[in-house]
Design a protein around this ligand. Structure first.
Ligand SMILES: C[S@@+](CC[C@H](N)C(=O)[O-])C[C@H]1O[C@@H](n2cnc3c(N)ncnc32)[C@H](O)[C@@H]1O
Length: 260
């Protein structure tokens, strides 16, 4: 099957990329019936991401469910999971994930922190299907909440948390060219873009934390290397201690904040 798929994909991809897509497809479909291979091949030839074709994302050692309503989880988000897990071993924490999508970040954390539980909130109710499937796959205690986090009035319905995590949308419309064409064409724009201010979710989260982060609590963000200086300027205006971290590529991609 794999050789045939590689051969078909070389019509539109070089051999290396065709092989990598076919490898991913074969791994993702292992143990499943290959009833749609012809239509899948056409989608792959058309540039549709193999993660959506197979409804699969390999993330932090898990085989999670994704679909076209959810962002495809990225490797740097695994590094953020690792940071949260390393810092909070054995914590019986209540965790809030702002912009949860597939739940990959929150649910992978909960899978490691056996005494913790969490809420994944997202403005798009269509991501709940993937979130719920991943709750079952990882067998963790988590709930989904559909809520527009940028609507401050909605905050009143939320309690306080020990840990807040977030990989929010942080791409401005001017940055479209920096994205690969596949990302812009196929991934949900709601997950990628902010309207005007790329830091809006960070600012709103820090404001939210003033009333909704428990004493001794922590906030963990995925960040954009492109806005690192602006982020440094922004966090210094709030009353938190903080630490930025680089990812394995050497780019500033993570931020932790905690009370003074
Ligand atoms: C960058 S994606 C992150 C998804 C997932 N947490 C991950 O790390 O792969 C951002 C998520 O924020 C959600 N989102 C966008 N605007 C929102 C808002 N106003 N309130 C809550 N969630 C929002 C999107 O639907 C999307 O699922």
């Amino acid at each position: 099957m794999k050789q045939k798929l590689i051969q078909a994909l070389t019509a539109n991809y070089d051999t290396r990329e065709a092989t990598s897509i076919a490898d991913y497809y074969a791994d993702a479909m292992q143990g499943r019936e290959l009833t749609d291979i012809e239509s899948d091949t056409l989608k792959l030839l058309d540039g549709y991401p193999v993660q959506y074709v197979t409804n699969t994302s390999f993330f932090y050692g898990h085989k999670l469910y994704v679909d076209e309503h959810t962002l495809i989880p990225r490797p740097e988000t695994e590094e953020l999971v690792h940071w949260v897990v390393s810092d909070n071993k054995d914590a019986d924490a209540e965790i809030l994930d702002i912009g949860t999508g597939s739940g990959c970040l929150l649910l992978s954390i909960l899978h490691k922190l056996k005494n913790a539980k969490g809420i994944g909130l997202d403005v798009d109710p269509q991501v709940q299907n993937a979130f719920d499937k991943n709750v079952d796959i990882l067998n963790v205690e988590a709930q989904f909440l559909s809520l527009d986090f940028l609507d401050k009035e909605a905050w009143a319905s939320l309690p306080s948390y020990d840990i807040i995590v977030s990989n929010p949308p942080y791409i401005s419309k001017e940055e479209v060219e920096r994205l690969g064409p596949g990302v812009f064409k196929h991934e949900p724009h709601l997950a990628l873009f902010t309207d005007d201010d790329p830091l809006i979710f960070y600012k709103m989260t820090l404001e939210f934390a003033e009333t909704h982060l428990k004493q001794g609590g922590c906030i963990y963000f995925e960040t954009s290397d492109l806005y690192h200086e602006e982020m440094e300027g922004m966090v210094s205006k709030y009353n938190y201690k903080h630490e930025f971290k680089k990812d394995m590529q050497g780019a500033w991609r993570m931020l932790k904040l905690w009370s003074q």
